[in-house]
Design a protein around this ligand. Structure first.
Ligand code: NDP
Length: 444
């Protein structure tokens, strides 16, 4: 049997109850087939694919905390340290009721290749908990974060594993976790990224994922001899990634007409008002109904539906598997030119293949949203130097990194006669560097 098929079969058997992890592994292994076929004997002997699909270690722990009624609550915490061949483990912490080991493994696996694509020395990891910060008081969130970090602090460190934010983990949660780490370990180190600006955070980190998504999209259009000015964009989500993607799209002359949250979505043909969206989501932590109530040009709809709006560019920025085959068909029927993923794996495999077959330029999340982790790595550099760079310096490095990522994935696809297949390009370029480092470091 072919080596890729053999490993896929083993991974399916071993991880049968983790569909998101299997989906991520299948996508990567399918698209690196040409590289594996060209090196089959060496990779098989060295068990490169078995090793890269098995986390270095996975931690699962109890997180007990006391709510405002004096009741003890119990959540489950996770950290998967997937691969540190090219640098310390790096990846966010997701706080969402849907979190279980399979979600953290899928995200940690994707993170290996994404981090490699940034060109910076960071390995892949991910963590989180099934805790839901929504509707909790600040004191309850702090109680959870302190309990979570009390256990996690045993396994992380500035040169070992540096977590960051993700869904449900923003500046508030990172602040509480950093405080607890410092209290337990007694060291003031850059153990988390996404920190506040008064205690080691980097300027432009908050904006980085959304801005980076637009920088790579801009480069994609430029490379095809087109401009983003005047283009209509449809965005899903209204969290950190979505807000700054919308802001940068407007700065680049495009118009974003939708956003969404887990209960509904907004269509605003005059263009989303970013300041109002920030007020609703970042300050009040409220639902999108409040945006629609304050903005006469906006329509609010319950449920999901942003992909039915006619657009040139679609930017899924909410969560995994939120752009399905019916959505892909609707986007193609409406003449979409590009789909660039702000979220991690928001497009199902079937929808991705449909978009690609129909000539849509498709940039996967591991390339398109790498600006967040890249800027986290820049935060680590600033912490090590004990210096802070200006917003312009960080933003210009971010722009350079995203432009490089585009050309790396484009070149990798061309090298293997798959021009325009940015999924294959991203997986190949990300994999080649990690595989080379693993081979050089011997059996471990
Ligand atoms: P936030 O928590 O700030 O925002 C998430 C947004 O998506 C919210 O609007 C949320 O709605 C919506 N959402 C979450 N889960 C669901 C769901 N199951 N169904 C429908 N909508 C949902 O997270 P981020 O913006 O940070 O992250 C968004 C995506 O981007 C994730 O896939 C994340 O892994 C990825 N990412 C984030 C990076 C970062 O730097 N923040 C870096 C790279 C990738 P509601 O408020 O109602 O829950």
């Amino acid at each position: 049997m072919n080596y890729v098929d053999e490993v896929l079969a083993k991974v399916r058997t071993k991880n049968a109850a983790e569909p998101e992890f299997l989906q991520a592994v299948e996508e990567v292994l399918e698209s690196i087939r040409p590289v594996v076929d060209a090196n089959e004997e060496l990779y098989r002997k060295e068990a490169i694919l078995e090793r890269i699909t098995e986390p270095d270690r996975q931690l699962k722990f109890r997180v007990a905390w006391v709510d405002d009624n004096g009741q003890v609550q119990v959540n489950t915490g996770y950290r998967v340290q997937f691969n540190n061949a090219i640098g310390p483990y790096k990846g966010g912490l997701r706080l969402h009721p849907s979190v279980y080991l399979g979600i953290i493994k899928f995200l940690g696996f994707e993170q290996i290749f994404k981090n490699s694509l940034t060109g910076l020395p960071i390995g892949g990891g991910k963590g989180g908990s099934d805790f839901d910060p929504k509707g909790k008081s600040d004191r309850e969130v702090m109680a959870f974060c302190q309990s979570f970090m009390t256990e996690l602090s045993k396994y992380i460190g500035a040169d070992m594993d540096v977590p960051a934010g993700d869904i449900g983990t923003g500046a508030r949660e990172i602040g509480y976790m950093f405080g607890q780490y410092k209290r337990i370990r007694g060291t003031y180190e850059g153990v988390l990224t996404g920190k506040g600006l008064t205690f080691g955070g980097s300027l432009a980190r908050t904006e980085a994922t959304g801005y980076g998504l637009l920088y790579i999209t801009e480069e994609l259009f430029k490379s095809h001899g087109q401009d983003m000015k005047g283009k209509t964009c449809v965005v899903s989500g209204s969290g950190n990634v979505a807000i700054y993607a919308i802001q940068k799209a407007h700065q680049l002359g495009a118009k974003v007409v939708t956003c969404s949250d887990s209960t509904g979505w907004v269509y605003d043909p005059e263009g989303i008002d970013v300041a109002l969206l920030q007020e609703v989501k970042e300050v009040k932590r409220a639902r999108l109904t409040e945006y629609a109530a304050a903005r006469p040009s906006a329509e609010y709809h319950e449920g999901r539906g942003v992909w039915q709006i006619k657009c040139d560019i679609a930017l899924p920025c909410a969560t995994q598997n939120e752009l399905l085959i019916e959505d892909a068909k609707q986007l193609v029927a409406n003449g979409v030119t590009a789909v660039c993923e702000g979220a991690n794996m928001p497009t199902t495999l079937e929808a991705t293949q449909y978009l690609q077959k129909n000539g849509v330029w498709f940039i996967p999340g591991k390339a398109a949203n790498a600006g967040g982790v890249a800027t986290s790595a820049l935060e680590m550099s600033q912490n090590s130097e004990r210096l802070s760079w200006t917003f312009e310096e960080v933003d210009s490095r971010l722009n350079g990194i995203m432009v490089n990522i585009y050309h790396n994935i484009d070149d990798a696809a061309k090298r293997y006669d798959m021009e325009g297949d940015y999924v294959a390009g991203a997986n190949i370029a990300g994999f080649e560097k990690v595989a080379e480092a693993m081979l050089a470091q011997g059996v471990c």
